[in-house]
Design a binder for this molecule. Sequence first.
Ligand code: HEC
Length: 267
Amino acid sequence: MSSSSDNPFVRFTAFWWALGVFMLFGVILLAIKLFSGSGDRPNPLEEAAAAKRYETRAAVEAAQKAAFAYKEVEKGKVVQVPPHDVFPLVGQGLLAEKPVAVAKPEQIVPGSDRQLAAANEPKVDVAAVDALTPAADAPIDPALLEAGKAQFMGGGTCFVCHGPTGEGGPIGPTLAGSEWVTGPVSNLIRIQLRGLEGPIQLKGATYTPPAPMAALAHQTDEQIAAVLTYIRNSFGNKASAVLPEQVKMLRSEVGKPMLKEADLIKP
Ligand code: HEC
């Protein structure tokens, strides 16, 4: 007896069955594709992922725009910068920056150029500066006091921390009756040029500031002389004027770390 596959009728039927099953798979796949949502219908997962992507991209672009697109090319002149101009500008900004003072002596590498330079740095001659201080009873030009007051309330913004009448404020200690204010002029100039941090003995008590006084070295020699003359002759204080030459002599102090009480001459 021959096997059934040799039977032409069986072969014929098997062929059509196979074709039918094959087609059925095709139809099922098509149905799955049509009704599973991958056609025109939105896929909620993909939608969510896309929304997140667009959100991130918008945030990145906004941040870049804020950081780069507008630059102050010179004081008071802000321009929009094409992207390819940004890097030279950032570079120029970095180059124009003064080298930041080493905040702590421990940060200076032993034997480095910085350390050698520090060792060779001429010590400021505070005695020579204080020797120039005019007599305490020498008359003071009222215009100088006016300029000093303007600086105190304006460009120097001293009043913000020390109070408009120098009685002390939320951050700064009192200037009224302070032995530092009426003491050696070199102290006062150096505080302006370098800032002051840490506790300080003042009127018989220890004042511990909530924040240090930052250097205000952007002021001109004349402005510093005027504002210091003003605080030395206001709020009940009486002391000599301060000369712009004295400020000029101490300009090399700019950029050095903040002063502490121990760096000053005891008043
Ligand atoms: C950001 C706040 C702030 C500003 C602005 C500020 N100071 Fe001070 N000033 C302080 C603090 C804080 C101290 C005390 C720092 C310390 O003891 O470490 C201080 C200390 C002083 C002292 C010595 C201590 C005393 O009370 O006698 C003088 C003098 C002084 N400032 C003058 C000025 C003058 C002048 C200006 C404006 C040109 C000015 N300050 C602007 C916060 C400020």
